[in-house]
Write a new protein. Structure first.
Length: 65
């Protein structure tokens, strides 16, 4: 069974590395990580791109709050 983990972010660089490393350290590896970023102005997207793999789907778009 595949599990979807969904994260929403906005200027989350302070927590993103810890979040991504914790997810990849899980023993169950049949998952996809869907990340919605609301056009962060810090290094959040850069960090996600650095740690992403084939299971990561990143969407960056402005939302209405």
């Amino acid at each position: 069974m595949k599990i979807s983990v969904i994260s929403t972010t906005y200027n989350s660089e302070k927590y993103m590395v810890e979040n991504l490393k914790a997810l990849k350290a899980q023993t169950y590896q049949n998952f996809e990580h869907i990340i919605f970023d609301s056009c962060s102005t810090d290094k959040t997207v850069e960090i996600i791109k650095k740690y992403q793999d084939h299971r990561t789907k990143l969407f960056v778009e402005k939302d209405d709050g």
